[in-house]
Design a protein around this ligand. Sequence first.
Ligand SMILES: Nc1ncnc2c1ncn2[C@@H]1O[C@H](COP(=O)(O)OP(=O)(O)OP(=O)(O)O)[C@@H](O)[C@H]1O
Length: 507
Amino acid sequence: MTPQAAGPPVHVRAAGLAKSFGPVRALRRADLTVTAGRISALVGENGAGKSTLMQLISGDLSPDAGALDVGVRVGLVRQQLSTVDELSLLENIVFGAEDAAGTGAWPGRLLGGISWSAHKEGVRDLMARTGIVVPLAKPAAEVPVGVRQRVDILSALYRGARCLLLDEPTTYLTPREVDTLFEVMRDLAAGGMSVVFISHRLREVVQHCDEVNVLRRGESVLHLPAAPFELGRIGRAMTGGDDAAGGEATGAARPAGAPPGVPVLDVGGRLSVRAGEIVGIAGVSGNGQNELLDTIAGLQRSAAHLPLTIDGREVSRWSTRARRAAGLRFIPESVKESGSAPAASITDNVISAVPPPGLRGRLGLLRRGKADQLARSLVERARVVASSTRQPASELSGGNLQRVAVARELGDGARILLAHEPTRGVDFAGVALIHAQLREFTSRGGAVLLVTSDVDELLALSDRVHVIDRGRLGRDYERDELTLGRLGELLGGLGHDVAAARHEEVP
Ligand SMILES: Nc1ncnc2c1ncn2[C@@H]1O[C@H](COP(=O)(O)OP(=O)(O)OP(=O)(O)O)[C@@H](O)[C@H]1O
């Protein structure tokens, strides 16, 4: 790296970077300068090329063209979690995901002569310094996604990264955790580190970052070197001034529709969802949300042996398949991990969930043309950026994969939707689109059980809200009874600080 005449050292300088994957031009001309002591935001629509740029800087990919100068050790914390289920959190932090995945480059070097107790000390010290604390002895499989993400951050720091690349780190975090993360980032930056922060939550960006870089369709289109930042300007740069797809902000109130009807889903009399209704579940991630949804979906047995009914019929002993056939659909917390088949094409991912009648010909053989047609119309409706429906799901950007999963689960035959973080990783135009899809689904008599850590989303969509804490569901509150402040009081005892959530308009 060329020494600077004055000012803080530049850690990364990228100019005119291009990268294609076969026919897909993920990056055409990307520029980014990352400076010590600063938190730089990188924003752009789903598929704009943000993750690709991060992978070029981290060295996971090499550019086809352009100049890239990286002067310090870089730690990339990816969108998709890289913890290994069977390993303890300590092991995950110490080995680091890349090496656990097989390069074997550094553990041997670092572990030579160093004991596990020394690592434990080192990691404990790191946790104390950064305030990012995780239960070290627990296996990764037993902790919620939010904790596993913190493990990835600790891992990068433990490996001596001076430049942290955080690809959507806040999607798993509650508002208070987001604030804590930024306090940590601020401290790290004050200590001479640099941070690149990717997020679709533009409010976080303008509030916490020192500079903003916008990518649109693989090109750097805007660099704002200093606050104050104007949300509208950033939004317009992201979309090219085309706000048509954006629609309303996430904070919009639910339009008045037909009054919700009969309960279609009931869990032991404690939780019920009626036709035409969205019932929200609020709580700190890891308080039983996964268990609740997995039990309803038939992926695990109810520990409390609560009766579960769909349309008044007891279904506790039904298979997942039978539940799907009854119209139950599920968007899991991490679509990348458990809601998609990465090697299969977009078409196969779309039709995998109980192929609708009409897709099979005589002898039960799949009619490919029809299946592709169905996938194409769905991809179009969900505004997915993909070169073709034959593309494997693994090649889709995170937000685009999420759009595919939502559209698939809302497809033919859906009557009850379990939606866990339905807009995770989706840009603001996509969030508005998915919210509109959920409302449209309920206006046709669909029932939605919504679990989200985004309090704005919870209040924007839910007709009623239950709070969940340590596996227990509290009473429900009607939407009219709840303001952001009231929800904050309810969650206050659970370590939330929703007062930190804001209601500014997103363009
Ligand atoms: N390995 C790959 N093979 C083929 N295409 C790919 C591959 N990786 C990414 N792409 C494509 O490159 C484009 C940019 O993807 P990238 O993941 O960088 O976008 P992103 O801005 O991070 O999106 P998101 O906000 O949805 O995470 C997308 O069209 C994506 O489908």
